[in-house]
Design a protein around this ligand. Structure first.
Ligand code: FEO
Length: 578
């Protein structure tokens, strides 16, 4: 049965928050908190269809709650839970993962059910001891451990560190064949559908979620898949989005294929950082996002929980390294040996990028930078030092720094790939000619621009254009569905200086518009004063063109400055470059 309860907030002024409950297996109830309008996650992660926070109640002879919900659902969630079960009789709280969207209500729950035993990984229990300011019963579990709830509900635990936090476990009920996975196999997709009946509708969000959260730890994903392979899974009860029942092998197969692909990539960057110092997560995720755009694989390693062997292997094999330092005052004695392991493993063919978060007076990044330089590593970007709270501009800086590092590493490969093109075909493709344009986009305080030549009209009704944007372009992150931009049309015989300006290689975070005359379009993006015409556009969809995004956009408005002037054209000789 499904019930919907409006939250006490006013839908007119507050995001819509609703709750849904449903029986999903014997003695098993799903409690799904539907956050219809949430549009961002972890700052970096843009949501298109809201999200849900799913929690589960299993009632054998003993009763267990599996994960809780986000704090914003405090009133409705706790009320719903109390309608389903007498909290004084709750025996266990299984914590698969401790990020606040799942653990936010644990302190409230422990107030109402102080007798409960909290079950989780060692890292999770340690985290909760800091979060909950009262003593509580706990049980640390890992792969191989189990818990019998009676009435056939035998819970088995599977360690899944780094998916996507080091605390993660999966919980399998052998009685109902339900695998509770919290973030793993989830997606940020909010609607009333409880299950995954229509995979084609869900696939883009499933993949986007994997790319953002799981892809950075592809090796750990493969390890977890291996651990769950022997289980008979009839339902994957995820912590976000619909539960997976109808296409389980497809979803698991996708995780396997994407992770295999990631691991096989010859070139990868290892990003070493220390979790738990506020902003370092955000910085490293954003740098990683920038690297990923270039097709270079990434491996994120939290030094606070990594083991020496893993650190040594990754530091030796990576084509590039990013090392994030916490403030000097926070460096622990356990961190120093791991930095020593990295320094002992690296070699001069590698590239390095450094960042420091925290804001202390000391800057431990510089002695470390000297050591890497002495060892012959080439620096991909200037060290990033952050002494204040990160902003959208910091995100742009980090993303572009990551992209620079990735581009350095892929440069040789792409040159090699280009020369592999059949010479005659290369000549033929070179005969495709286009116009010349400057694409400009602004979102909040962040703005960017690129010289574009692969632009065509795509439709009459609605009026639409298609632009091919290389996946490693900084501006790509401003061209998702719903984003707006301006296409500035360059004028024949009057485009050289603008073209030269926007062809320059800008350092990460630099203002592309310094020294260029602009004024804002109705949609907020810069219009270049010197151009022949402009179109204001809104991105409708993106087609994956392997190394480019084909961005289809509808035209909102536009203007021609000189009626009799012609558009600058671009003739090439060869098809393997722009
Ligand atoms: Fe859904 Fe990592 O929290």
């Amino acid at each position: 049965m499904v019930t919907l309860i409006d939250s006490p907030t006013s839908a007119a002024v507050q995001p819509r928050l609703t709750i849904q409950t449903a029986d999903i297996a014997a003695h098993t109830t799903a409690i799904r908190c539907l956050d219809w309008d949430r549009d961002r996650f972890d700052i970096e992660f843009e949501l298109r269809h809201g999200t849900t926070y799913n929690s589960f109640l299993v009632r054998g002879e003993k009763t267990a709650l599996i994960d809780t919900s986000h704090r914003k659902f405090e009133a409705v969630y706790l009320q719903q839970l109390q309608d389903l079960v007498d909290l004084r009789s709750l025996d266990y709280l299984i914590v698969n993962h401790t990020e606040p969207d799942h653990s936010g209500l644990i302190p409230d729950l422990l107030e109402l059910a102080p007798q409960v035993t909290v079950v989780g990984s060692k890292v999770a229990i340690q985290f909760l001891e800091k979060l909950v300011h009262r003593p509580f019963e706990s049980q640390i579990v890992k792969s191989g451990h189990s818990l019998d709830l009676g009435q056939g509900h035998g819970l088995q635990f599977i360690s899944a560190p780094n998916l996507h936090w080091p605390d993660t476990i999966l919980t399998y009920d052998s009685g109902t064949q339900v695998l509770y996975t919290c973030d793993v196999f989830g997606m940020h997709y909010c609607d009333d559908s409880l299950f995954d009946e229509t995979p084609e509708r869900l696939e883009p969000d499933f993949q986007y979620y994997y790319n953002c959260l799981m892809g950075p730890n592809a090796r750990s994903v493969l390890m977890a898949l291996k651990r769950i392979a022997p289980l008979q899974v009839g339902l994957v009860a995820t912590g976000h989005g619909p539960l997976l029942q109808h296409h389980i092998s497809h979803w698991l197969g996708q995780y396997d294929a994407w992770s295999q692909n990631q691991v096989k990539a010859e070139t990868f960057v290892a990003l070493f950082y220390v979790d738990g110092y506020g902003v370092s997560d955000r910085l490293v995720q954003t740098i990683a996002d920038g690297i990923s755009k270039t097709g270079v694989a990434i491996e994120l390693v939290d030094l606070s929980v990594a083991d020496t062997h893993e650190v040594r292997t990754l530091a030796q094999c990576a084509a590039g390294l990013v090392v994030g330092m916490p403030p000097q005052s926070s460096t622990s004695t356990t961190l120093d040996p791991l930095l020593g392991t990295i320094l002992a493993a690296v070699h001069p063919k590698q590239m390095i990028g450094l960042f420091e978060s925290g804001g202390g007076q000391d800057e431990p990044i510089y002695p470390l930078r000297n050591r890497f330089q002495e060892l012959g590593l080439q620096e991909a970007f200037e060290p990033i030092l952050l002494k204040t709270e990160p902003t959208a501009a910091t995100d742009q800086l980090c993303r572009e720094a990551g992209t620079d590092l990735g581009q350095y590493l892929t440069h040789k490969q792409s040159q090699q790939a280009n020369t592999d093109l059949d010479p005659e075909l290369n000549q033929v493709i070179g005969r495709l000619s286009t116009g010349l344009y400057i694409l400009t986009a602004q979102k909040g305080d962040v703005r960017s621009a690129m010289l574009a030549s692969w632009v065509i009209q795509g439709s009459f009704e609605p009026l639409g254009i298609v632009i091919a944007v290389a996946k490693d372009r900084a501006i790509e992150s401003l061209l998702h569905p719903g984003d707006t931009f301006v296409l500035n049309v360059l004028e024949e015989d009057n485009y050289q200086s603008l073209m030269r300006h926007f062809l320059l290689r800008f350092p990460p975070g630099a203002d592309r518009f310094a020294g260029v005359n602009t004024y804002p379009a109705q949609n907020g993006s810069p219009i270049l004063l010197e151009t022949l015409a402009y179109l204001e556009c809104e991105v409708t969809s993106r087609l994956d063109g392997n190394d480019h995004w084909l961005v289809y956009s509808t035209i909102q408005t536009g203007r021609v400055a000189k009626l009799n002037a012609l558009t600058a054209t671009h003739h090439r000789k060869l098809g393997n470059h722009y």
